[in-house]
Design a protein around this ligand. Structure first.
Ligand SMILES: [Mg+2]
Length: 114
């Protein structure tokens, strides 16, 4: 059976699809915050591995096959981040919105003369 991924178009629908994916495979018991955080970092490490030893210029001009591999690791990392947030009851958009507001206070933009 293939997954119906056409209905995934935003974070809530992605979260719901991931819940169903895990539940259909009886993976939910393994999806503890600890396991999900560790899995996310493993995927982030797989992402970083693609850039290890690359020059800044090389990292900005990835060949198509390499970009495809990076794309998959970005997806893996995002999937585990969403599952981690879901396991902890964290609204990712609200958390990001709050953090941006906090960062704006901590790092005010320099005034630019007109
Ligand atoms: Mg991976």
């Amino acid at each position: 059976m293939t997954e119906n991924t056409d209905r995934i178009h935003d974070l809530p629908s992605l979260r719901d699809a991931l819940r169903e994916f895990a539940e259909a495979r009886d993976w939910r018991p393994y999806h503890t915050p600890k396991n999900l955080a560790m899995a996310m970092i493993v995927e982030a490490a797989e992402l970083v591995e693609h850039f290890q030893w690359a020059t800044p210029a090389e990292s900005m001009a990835l060949p198509p096959d390499k970009l495809l591999e990076v794309r998959e690791e970005v997806a893996d990392t995002l999937i585990y981040l969403i599952e981690l947030a879901d396991a902890l009851g964290i609204d990712l958009i609200a958390a990001a919105r709050d953090k941006i507001a906090k960062n704006a206070i901590k790092y005010p933009a320099p005034r630019r003369e007109p």
